[in-house]
Structures are given as C-alpha cells and as structure tokens.
Design a protein around this ligand. Sequence first.
Ligand SMILES: Nc1ncnc2c1ncn2[C@@H]1O[C@H](COP(=O)(O)OP(=O)(O)OP(=O)(O)O)[C@@H](O)[C@H]1O
Length: 304
Amino acid sequence: MQEQYHSQDTGSLPQSGMQATQNERLPFQASNEELAKETEHMGHFDPTQTLNKQATVKINVKNTNFFYGSKQALYDISLPILDRQVTALIGPSGCGKSTFLRTLNRMNDLIPGTRINGSAEFDNSNIYTKKTDVVLLRQRIGMVFQRPNPFPKSIFDNVAYGLRVQGKSKKFIQERVETSLQGAALWDEVKDRLHTSALGLSGGQQQRLCIARALAVQPEVLLMDEPCSALDPIATLKIEELITELVREYTIVIVTHNMQQAARVSHFTGFFLSGKLIEYAPTVQLFERPQQKATEDYISGRFG
Ligand SMILES: Nc1ncnc2c1ncn2[C@@H]1O[C@H](COP(=O)(O)OP(=O)(O)OP(=O)(O)O)[C@@H](O)[C@H]1O
C-alpha cells in the first residue's frame, strides 16, 4: 500500500485550470529562478505532438476484477495500453491505481490471499494465467517504485544485477551497464564513480539508477508507481524529461497523484475512482473535455 495523500500534490509548475499546493514532504524547495535555470535546456515536450491514437495495443486489459481476500479493489477494468505512448493513471488515494499497475506485471502475486480474473493480453497470451513465467514477465514489464530502492551495492552492481542473474558475459555487462546509465540520463554524473555505493547518490539520482536497473534487462514496458513523489522539483523535472525520452522506445504506464505531471508527460490518461475506471481518453481531451461528471469534479479539485 502506498502512503495516503490528502491533497492534490501538483508539484511546482502551476498550469491554468489546475491548482498548485506545496508538497510539505519535499526535502527542499527550489526558487523559481533555480527551477528556470535547471530546466532551461529542456525542450518543451508536448505530448500532443507525439500522441498516436492508432498505436498498436501493447497490453489489452479486459474486464479485470481484483480482490485482496474478500475485499474487491478493482471492478471490471478494461483499457488498452498503447505501444510507445505514456498512459497515466490518476485518481484519489485508495482508488486502485497502484493495485491496477501491479496487475500488469503480477507484482500483486507477492501479497498473500489476492485473486484476479479477466484478462490482460500481452504478446498473444494472458498475463494473469498460471502458465505465465513471472520472472520473464517482470523482465519484459519492468517496474520503478515510489521510493528509490537501490540495492546497498555499487552503482555498477545495481545496474548489472539482472544481467548477472541472466548469466551474461563480463563484456556484455560492461557495455549494457553503460548504455543503461546513458538511457537513464545518469551516465555523465556517475561515470567516474561507478564502483562507489549507490546509497551515496541523491534521491533523484537513485531514482534514475533504478530506471537504469530496469532498462538493463531491456524491458518493453515500464511501470512507474509515483516515481517522483519522494523527489524535489528539479529531480522531478529530470525524471519527467527522461520519461518523454524513454517513450520513443518503451511503453510507459505511470501512476501519479499529480495531475499536472499527467498533463505534462502522458498521451493517455485513465481516471480511477473507488476501484472503477471512470474515464479513459487522450490526456488533453480528459482534462479539457471530460465526459463524466466525476472526472470533471476530480480534475477541478472538488474532491480527492
Ligand atoms: N496489501 C493490501 N491488502 C489489503 N488491501 C489493500 C492492499 N493494498 C491496497 N489495498 C486496498 O486496495 C484499495 C486500492 O489501493 P491502492 O493502493 O491500489 O490505491 P491507490 O489509488 O494506488 O492509492 P494511493 O494513491 O494512496 O497510493 C484501497 O482500499 C487499499 O486500502
């Protein structure tokens, strides 16, 4: 279970129509000048420019119900996860976003007493069936968590971990560690200290290291469960910029309680409420022309 949020954490860059509040848990607050300086090199990513409504369906979720023991947490969820697009999952605390995300790579299997029905077609087979090789599935559908969780090992060993499990050669590992760190936009910051502890990195660097660790085994899909919620505004923007780069090659599903973040990085958004998918649409459409009253109430800050 995730931490409970009682407010719309909208980060640090207010946009029209969305309210911004301070996130009290941030370890540091950047001034507007600092933010502007840190982010001036960043292109103005506009997800509408790369929105592809005709993209192939990478995972097709149909009629999913999920239970923690006798408690039903997801009700009849159906949505397509489109290839090389960012899908954001939003909704108030406890609505089932993280539970749904974890169904996509069977992370809920680790919780005793859970049960699922319905289907999630991925590469012509249903993720939920017993015959799914979950180790392989989790390589193909990688995950990044809310809190950066590097192993207490060196930077190099963190990224190499999955490759060693796969029995890859030393030369292969050496090369892949470098390309993964480059892919996670961390290489330049760590190339001279690869054999020092990952725990010495900043929170934002640790989160990019966890992304590099996930990339090392060449996943097709990346699941991100509130990947910026423990990060300061600058580290958050770096991860958001990275997401917009990664989506050229990977399919991304991100849970966020930050609606501005969904608007900044995603092509499609699903709004969850009480375990149900209330609305799913291209992000701009969902924010500007919601079809459901509950969606409108949520995005205009009337509850959540
Ligand atoms: N391990 C668990 N055992 C029992 N119930 C759980 C467990 N994890 C989550 N739940 C319940 O399932 C429902 C959905 O929780 P989930 O964490 O998926 O929501 P969420 O939308 O991701 O919330 P948040 O934004 O707070 O992270 C909640 O009622 C929650 O209490």
